[in-house]
Design a protein around this ligand. Structure first.
Ligand code: GRF
Length: 213
């Protein structure tokens, strides 16, 4: 059985979707860079080892990255899944876990990397928005794409209503990506494009039906 460590910074709804998503991964630990992250208590309640590596306790990014890396490496996971993990890590950290790091980002990458994606999508007037699961590289929100889900942007949407619609899709596509990882059907690609191997996968994109009115 392949294993994973989940990294969080806050409430951890994507973490919950992963843990309860029947992925076939063994979740060895949940680590937060914020001691106050609500998701830590939830992980403990599920019997998963949960700890904080507080970024504020370190003099610089290098020192934090090294400590976080050691905390992860202690569990020797096959994968490290960022689930609302809001800390930028350096190249050395990315290289240390090359091919194991996966992130979920609330936009259809390569559109809207970085923060405030829903606000920026509304300001840009896009008609379709969504979420992306991708491998992490040293470039922010720019690694090879595993799966995406699209949602419509509706008249009258606010940042909150759009975020909610996207989040519902995040909770679908992240467990799906994790299942593929558990089954060994995807790996970090050399040429930048992820392929899902095996039969029964017709597409690596999910276009969500309009579920709200
Ligand atoms: C999600 O939208 C995630 O994509 C983004 O921050 C949010 C975190 O939510 N990076 P949660 O902590 O998983 O509930």
């Amino acid at each position: 059985m392949k294993s994973a460590v989940i990294l969080i910074s806050g409430r951890g709804s994507n973490m919950q979707a992963l843990v309860e998503g029947g992925t076939g991964l063994e979740f060895k630990a949940v680590i937060s860079n914020r001691p106050e992250a609500q998701g830590l208590a939830w992980a403990r309640s599920k019997g998963i080892a949960a700890q904080a590596v507080d970024h504020k306790a370190f003099a610089d990014r290098e020192a934090f990255d090294a400590a976080l890396g050691d905390a992860i490496a202690a569990h020797a996971p096959d994968f490290v899944l960022y689930a609302g993990f809001m800390r930028i890590v350096g190249e050395r950290f990315v290289n240390r876990f090359q091919g194991k790091l996966v992130n979920i980002h609330p936009s259809l990458l390569p559109s809207f990397p970085g923060l405030h994606t829903h606000r920026r999508a509304l300001e840009a007037g896009v008609k379709v928005h969504g979420a992306t699961v991708h491998f992490v590289t040293a470039a922010l929100d720019n690694g090879p794409i595993v799966i995406q889900a699209a949602v419509p942007v509706l008249a009258g949407d606010t940042e909150e209503t759009l975020a909610q619609r996207v989040l519902a899709q995040e909770h679908r596509i992240y467990p799906q990506a994790a299942r593929w990882l558990a089954q060994g059907r995807i790996e970090f690609p050399r040429a930048g494009v992820v392929q899902v191997s095996g039969s029964g996968v017709s597409s690596d994109a999910l276009i969500s039906p309009r579920t709200d009115s």
